[in-house]
Design a protein. Structure first.
Length: 330
């Protein structure tokens, strides 16, 4: 059955993504990655990212429409990420979505990238009271969720995000960019007890995180070792990150009185993180929800899902809505 057709665009960093939703159902999702381009410099170069968004957006949009078996005239509403992210990247996706909405007389809604991640574990379900952990390359946040648009900050990182620490340690170990998935792969056959890395802020009494000291600990250890197995370094480092993330999250859930944990963001694909959350939550009688792998890294489907929930509530954005590279969730 045809419901409201929403076309969403995500260009907050280096992924050019377009998705089409029929109501809350994702019927098309296309992503053009720039990983190979930014691997040359070991990180995202904003000018390179924005230039390639310009090249990729139209063909990605056309592929998404073809996959959904619709024409642009059948779109009922447009959505785009308006922040946070790289200004020159955000500007492209948001401008195109607003332009299409204006030309067709259809509604436009700007979406917070972090809200897209936060709600992604609820795809196919109702959004329920929970504590959401957003863990990615740029963000590590704990959010109390009382419903769509009803959020309260519980904690966050005071320095490096967890995903940033994974990537930086991967670089220290000479692994390809981005390092996080390679660290996870090598850790699977390593000894997580081989090296004792710090669990920063574990006893801080709050729900904030710090991962810069952990990254520095790896950096100072490597020159002292005459020989070592990459697998053991990766496993020990990964276990330190996972220990802190899981411990603080389940404590936060207990304090709020909720019974559900929702984990999202690129690092939520980490197999050890999922194993530990599933084990801890089973012991404590908590429900744990993970975003589907296709919704974990940057994508337009999660933006479209958040937009569909808001559009159904009558929310719209004025055409004067601008991008905000530092847009806050709460």
């Amino acid at each position: 059955m045809r419901e409201q057709i929403t076309l969403a665009i995500e260009t907050s960093c280096d992924e050019t993504a377009v998705a089409v939703l029929n109501g809350r159902e994702i019927v098309a999702s296309e992503v053009a990655s720039q990983i190979d381009l930014h691997a040359i410099t070991g990180g995202v170069v904003p000018e390179v990212a924005s230039r390639n968004h310009l090249r990729a957006l139209r063909p990605v949009l056309e592929r998404a429409l073809a996959q959904a078996h619709i024409t642009i005239r059948e779109v009922d509403a447009y959505a785009a990420t308006r922040g946070p992210g790289l200004a020159t990247s955000l500007m492209i996706g948001c401008s195109v979505a607003k332009g299409l909405a204006l030309a067709s007389g259809r509604p436009f809604i700007g979406i917070n990238h972090l809200e897209g991640h936060l709600l992604s574990p609820f795809y196919g379900n109702f959004v329920k009271p929970s504590v959401g952990l957003i863990v990615s390359g740029g963000h590590t946040l704990l959010i109390n969720v009382d419903g769509v648009g009803r959020y309260r900050s519980v904690g966050g990182t005071v320095d490096d995000a967890a995903g940033e620490a994974f990537d930086k340690v991967g670089k220290l170990l000479g692994l390809p960019y981005p390092g996080g998935p390679h660290v996870n792969r090598l850790a699977a056959t390593g000894d997580p007890t081989k090296y004792e890395f710090p669990r920063s802020m574990m006893e801080s009494g709050d729900y904030n995180f710090s991962f810069s000291g952990l990254k520095t600990s790896v950096r100072y250890l490597l020159p002292k070792l005459q020989e070592y197995r990459l697998e053991d370094i990766c496993a020990s480092f990964q276990e330190a990150v996972v220990d802190v993330l899981v411990s603080k999250t389940v404590k936060a859930v207990a304090e709020t009185g909720h019974s559900t944990v929702a984990v999202s963001g690129g690092v939520s694909c980490n197999t050890r993180l999922r194993e530990r959350f599933e084990a801890e939550c089973a012991v404590l009688g908590l429900e744990v929800l993970f975003a589907e792998p296709r919704l974990c890294t940057d994508n337009a489907a999660m933006i479209g899902f958040a937009a569909a929930l808001k559009l159904a509530r009558g929310e719209r954005s004025p055409m004067t809505t601008d991008i905000d590279p530092n847009l806050r969730l709460v």
